[in-house]
Design a protein around this ligand. Structure first.
Ligand SMILES: [Zn+2]
Length: 65
């Protein structure tokens, strides 16, 4: 099956328990991740909490062309 709705992302072998494949899914309460292999799941920390003054990935609005 292909991605439906486009709200799912995969993180391969990122389960802290069994190093299985984890998928990220968005709920009404926010993002959470769940492992397919062992059923491990936990809520994701909102991106707002991550503070990085030096960010290589900078998104700037394009105002001029
Ligand atoms: Zn696991």
């Amino acid at each position: 099956m292909e991605t439906e709705g486009g709200g799912k992302m995969w993180k391969l072998r990122s389960c802290p328990k069994c190093h299985g494949d984890v998928f990220l899914e968005k709920d009404i309460s926010g993002w959470y991740q769940r492992c397919l292999q062992c059923g491990y799941n936990r809520d994701m920390i909102p991106l707002v909490e991550v503070k990085k003054p030096v960010n290589s990935r900078k998104k700037e609005p394009v105002l001029q062309r």
